[in-house]
Design a protein around this ligand. Structure first.
Ligand SMILES: Cc1cc2nc3c(=O)[nH]c(=O)nc-3n(C[C@H](O)[C@H](O)[C@H](O)COP(=O)(O)OP(=O)(O)OC[C@H]3O[C@@H](n4cnc5c(N)ncnc54)[C@H](O)[C@@H]3O)c2cc1C
Length: 421
């Protein structure tokens, strides 16, 4: 058994279960296990700490077989805005947008000032050029109903050129979201975990109750291995949630692998990306990291079960063949940038509902189908919008877990349980 990473507690050597610790479950001591350290898991861990009774003794164990950002979150493009590709506001967009930004701020504040680290969030907006006449009309229509806190401005070719010299807007119209942001996913997740640790210290310093947070680099193979140790287990395993035997074949999720290519402007070339330039959304997106570095994505390989972040030479070649022409049709100079590597991730895609494709939340004890003392919860199916959904839904999930009340979660997110699979 591995020792928890950064933990003060050591597991009991006499444990019969691989995850048993020396403390027994007692009502005065809250113990929660969060499975997965991606956007979903770390948001839940943060909100459990933030919302637990101040005088409680609380221990949270976060398990991730790979480590922080080991799944789709760590490789995501990091593009964050509250709209569909047709510029329609997504379900409960205002709440999701506000809470996602709030959590980004929390993570940024956790990093020591004057740290030389590269930024976690790039606040330069996102630009979407219209790709057809029809596309332009639909986007123009929908753009009028945007959020005040994340506006969509319709700009012409000159306006687009002022933002990104060299960009093509084939229909002389682009849609600019000045408040949209681009997150560096791994830096963000590391900082969010740091924010959780800082919160633990602050809560302990108040002297009202002991709080603990432990990260274990361990894979969980069976939910029932955790039975008896926790009041609640929250499954935040992304596309791998249905590999757990208790959930296998019972979640309405499809999987989709995506490759992201890292490109750099060669040292001997001018034409840096402008410091104020937004990231670009098109048939391929360009998530700008700095004047000479950007990520280009992403491919859509449906039904893949390959969750490895490693990309073979063949897979990289295929991805570049697919992505480069799309990116060049909007930003032609990107052909001069050098490919320096690729990574990939598996998205967990939820079914389409009348409200759009919504994540799957809720208590899953009825699915597991045995008499458990522990409550098992699912927070999954974040699809390709993990950043938008993780903040608000992580907060709702924590409230539901702490009060043992699923009704705190909007019915749109739990209704999948009432649909026959
Ligand atoms: C190529 C690509 C680009 C994307 N771009 C964007 C984007 O620009 N904006 C956006 O909002 N979203 C984007 N997404 C979607 C986003 O990444 C996902 O919605 C989000 O990461 C899902 O988060 P999660 O925490 O549910 O899952 P994950 O991030 O997959 O986290 C699950 C974690 O569980 C761990 N794990 C799995 N099984 C076990 C086990 N048995 N035991 C222990 N640990 C386990 C994994 O190691 C992983 O760290 C993109 C996705 C991909 C693949």
């Amino acid at each position: 058994m591995r020792t928890p990473v950064g933990s003060a507690l050591t597991p009991s050597p006499s444990s019969s279960s691989p995850y048993l610790f020396s403390h027994s479950l007692s009502p005065s001591r809250l113990r929660y296990a969060v499975l997965g350290a991606g956007f979903a898991g770390l948001s839940v861990a943060y909100h459990l700490l933030k919302q637990c009774p101040k005088d409680s003794n609380l221990r949270i164990d976060v398990f991730d077989g790979v480590g922080i950002g080991g799944g789709a979150s760590g490789v995501s493009g990091g593009l964050l805005h509250p709209y569909s590709p047709k510029a329609k506001l997504l379900w409960r967009a205002a709440e999701c947008w506000d809470e996602a930004l709030r959590l980004l701020n929390v993570a940024e504040a956790a990093v020591p000032p004057n740290s030389d680290d590269a930024p976690i969030v790039r606040r330069r907006g996102i630009l979407r050029p219209a790709l057809s006449m029809k596309n332009m009309m639909v986007l123009k229509d929908n753009a009028q109903n945007g959020l005040a806190s994340c506006r969509i401005e319709t700009i012409d070719e000159d306006g687009a050129q002022n933002l990104v010299p060299g960009i093509c807007s084939p229909f002389n119209t682009s849609f600019y979201m000045p408040e949209a942001v681009n997150v560096h996913p791994q830096r963000y997740l590391d900082a969010l975990f740091l924010a959780c640790q800082t919160l633990v210290k602050e809560l302990c310093a108040s002297g009202l109750g002991v709080k603990e947070l432990h990260l274990h680099k361990d894979s969980i193979h069976k939910l029932l291995d955790l039975e008896g140790e926790y009041q609640a287990v929250i499954v935040c395993l992304g596309a791998k949630a249905d590999l757990l035997p208790e959930l296998s074949g019972r979640l309405p999720l499809r999987t989709c692998r995506g490759v992201v290519a890292h490109l750099q402007l060669p040292d001997n070339m001018g034409g840096e990306y402008p410091g104020f330039g937004p990231s670009i959304l098109s048939d391929a997106w360009l998530a700008v990291q700095g004047p000479r570095s950007l990520y280009m994505g992403s491919t859509w390989e449906w039904k893949s079960r390959n969750s490895s972040s490693n990309v073979s030479a063949d897979e990289a070649t295929e991805a570049l063949k697919e992505l480069l022409p799309k990116a060049c049709s909007i930003y032609p100079v990107v052909k001069d940038w050098t490919f320096i590597g690729a990574k990939a991730g598996l998205r967990a895609m939820p079914p389409l509902t009348p409200h759009g494709s919504l994540p799957l939340l809720g208590c899953v004890n009825n699915i597991i189908g045995q008499n458990q003392t522990c409550k098992y919860w699912l927070f999954g199916g974040l699809g390709s919008r993990g950043l938008l959904y993780h903040g608000w839904l992580g907060k709702l999930m924590a409230q539901a877990v702490l009060s043992c009340n699923e009704e705190l979660i909007p019915y749109e997110l739990t209704s999948w349980k009432r649909t026959k699979q």
